[in-house]
Write a protein that binds this ligand. Structure first.
Ligand code: KIV
Length: 294
């Protein structure tokens, strides 16, 4: 049931008109969704980056439809007010519009998402059009498309030349024309992101695309410093969970090895009379043939 403060696409459009920025984080589980809801994050993306940050794959390609919809269900339960975006995994929408509609329908009807995100360019206009016609709200992800990483040849900024930038700006217009309800720009120069953001009424969310977009999305593990390694320059870390968690795991291992955990405080005791009875019975000489105490 939607609460009174539920953020909808109308809220996001109003925020754009009023110049109030939209915060979005990736989220993959119920407990974290509850924390984000409490913190007032506007929008949660159940991203296919789960395959990388939680499953340890090198790319997002191994993410499957069934798995990500299960995650989306949990996130929806944890954050009933946020605007919830389901990220359509590799080959769940590229094969044909019919498959795209059916798979998107799982995010909408089974998980309770508010929209789905697809990585697109002009070649998928017909698919976005078909999804919009089937009442699927679509967020069009443009620029760097991690699901096309093998075809692009690496994680590279998109739209760096005037010609590439024009093509990207045209693609954004085509997605608006096809019925997309929002755009997401990844790894696009700030100037190009500003032009796209100014020239559309759709809310535009950016990631590594500068400050001019209507909102910003960040991958959870990157902003929390959770997962190790040095973060790229584009990531602003808001916590160093790596150090906090490794410290906690080390302290636990030491406590167990030293016998400092568990103490009586962490244990359950028998009723003393029952315990005495047990000791007496244990001291009795034998058990019967079935192994029962007398
Ligand atoms: O899956 C994801 O986390 C994403 C972000 C990189 C925008 O698509």
């Amino acid at each position: 049931m939607a609460s009174g403060n539920k953020i909808t696409i109308s809220t996001l459009r109003t925020r754009k008109r009023e110049g109030r920025k939209i915060s979005m984080l990736t989220c993959y589980d119920y407990a974290t969704a509850r924390l984000m809801e409490e913190a007032g994050i506007d929008s949660l993306l159940v991203g296919d980056t789960y395959a990388e940050v939680c499953l340890g794959h090198a790319t997002t390609l191994p993410m499957t439809m069934d798995h990500i919809v299960t995650l989306a269900e949990a996130v929806c339960r944890g954050a009933p007010s946020a605007y919830l975006v389901g990220d359509m995994p590799y080959l769940s929408y590229q094969v044909c519009p019919e498959e795209a509609i059916r798979n998107a329908g799982l995010f909408m009807a089974r998980a309770g998402c508010d929209c789905v995100k697809v990585e697109v360019d002009r070649r998928l206009v017909k698919t976005v059009e078909a999804m919009a016609t089937a009442t699927i709200p679509v967020m069009a992800h443009l620029g760097l498309k991690p699901q096309s990483i093998q075809a692009i040849g690496g994680y590279k900024v998109q739209g760096k030349t005037a010609a590439d930038a024009r093509r990207l700006i045209e693609d954004a217009k085509m997605m608006e024309g096809a019925g997309a309800i929002a755009l997401l720009l990844e790894a696009v120069p700030s100037e190009v992101a500003a032009i796209i953001t100014e020239s559309t009424e759709l809310p535009v969310i950016g990631i590594v695309s500068g400050p001019h977009c209507d909102g910003q999305v960040v991958v959870l593990h990157d902003m929390l410093g959770y997962g190790g390694g040095h973060p790229p320059r584009s990531v602003k870390q808001y916590a160093k969970l790596h150090d906090v968690l490794v410290g906690a795991f080390r302290a636990f291992a030491k406590d167990v090895s030293d016998g400092a955990f568990p103490t009586d405080q962490h244990s359950v005791a028998m009723d003393p009379a029952e315990y005495q009875e047990l000791r007496r019975a244990m001291a009795a000489p034998t058990t019967d043939a079935k192994g029962m105490l007398p």
